[in-house]
Each structure stands twice: as C-alpha cells, then as structure tokens.
Design a protein around this ligand. Sequence first.
Ligand code: 13P
Length: 248
Amino acid sequence: MRRILVAANWKMNGDLESLTALAQGFKQQIDRSKVDVAVFAPFVYLPMLQQQFAGSGIAFGGQNAHTQPKGAFTGEISLSMLKEFGSTHVLVGHSERRTLFAEDDALVAEKTALAIEAGVVPVVCIGETLEERESGVTEQVVAKQIQAVIDRIGASALAKTVIAYEPVWAIGTGKTASADQAQAVHAFIRSMVAKLDADVASALTILYGGSVKAASAAELFGQPDIDGGLVGGASLDLQEFVGICSAV
Ligand code: 13P
C-alpha cells in the first residue's frame, strides 16, 4: 500500500516569523498517522525547519540544487549543503525552474541522478502547458519528460524518486485539474513505468500539484493512482494545509 504524501512548496514566500509559525502549526496540528508530510522551503529557512521538525517525522528540503558539488557557482546551493541542514528531499524540475530558469529535460535528469547518488529523494516535477493540453499532446509531453529521467537513471532507480504531475495551467491559477483529468495522466505515468518495471510502478508515489485546496483534496487523493499532493499557495495557509492533510 502506498502511503499518501502531502508536500508543501512554499516557493519564494513568507518570512522567518510567518514560516516558523506555519512549521509549528504543521507539527502540532497534522495527524501524521495516515499521511506523510514534506516541506520545501527557501534555502535560508532550512536551519529553522531542522530545528522545528526535529523528531517530528516531517520531512523537508530545498526547492532546487546545483549539479556540481562545489565551486565557482555564485548564488547556487549544493546537495551536500542541503543535507547538512537536514534536507532529505529536493524538488527537481519544477515548471517555474523549467520556464523561468531554462531547465531542460537533460538537466532535470542529471539533477535527479545526483540527488539519488547523494541519498536525497528527488521529487521530479513534470506537466504540460495549456497549449499542449489543448493540442492533445499531454501524454507525449509527460512521457518525454519522464523518459529523459529514465534514460539517465534507469527504470529501477525510479523507486528512489517521487514523481509530481503538475499541469502548468493549474499552477497558481485556481484551476485544478478535475480528479478524472489528473487520474488519467497519473495512470498513464504508472503504466509507462510498469512496462519497464511492474514492481517499481506499483510502489511509485505520484503526487498531483496545481491549485490543490482542502475542498478538492479528498476527491483527488481518492483516485487510485494519485498518492498525494504538491501544494503551493494553500501550503502558506495553516488551516488549508491542515485541511488538505486531513482529507486523506
Ligand atoms: P499552487 O498550489 O499554488 O497552484 O502551486 C502548485 C505548485 O506549483 C506546487 O509545486
């Protein structure tokens, strides 16, 4: 049985006071008996999370990492630096990284491979744009994004990853994919992996992201191939995020 994972992506939001209060709220109010929780924070707040989440079982990590272990890469952060402050997970290839920071499939695959090597769980984000959905190429787009990762790490290493399907048109727009739309893509992803490794496919955690709210979470998480959510805006609101976690 796959456990539901609800992950918060705070993106570049909040400040020390508000994010500390959120972290404390997550720790105190989320019933973790049925749900795993992970928080992706701006780098500078990782030490705060390390302190707040010590012994809580709530996982956390950075929203990106560089491919090189060290060196003259001004403004970048290495996987070992993330680990030093307790990160067990890292987001890879979020659509904002792909579009605003020109990360392509090959770079995303490389970052995925390096995170696995470093013992950090990569949460690999994939998803189509509105234009792609409307032209009927959603499956091709998602398949190409995953195939790049599989070509780099092999299908069996997907066992060490989490996949997050985030349709770009649903991110931050208030337009959630319907449970049926999301389920169809999740099932497609799982069947694609199953052709290569059935055991890995059935154990693979596939999250849905894109305007997830407490009101939509139960229906989404009730789908057979949706194993939780990657939550942006609603993860900055304590009651919404707690509500999403208790929808499990
Ligand atoms: P929203 O929940 O704000 O749509 O963001 C989704 C997302 O990008 C999570 O990574």
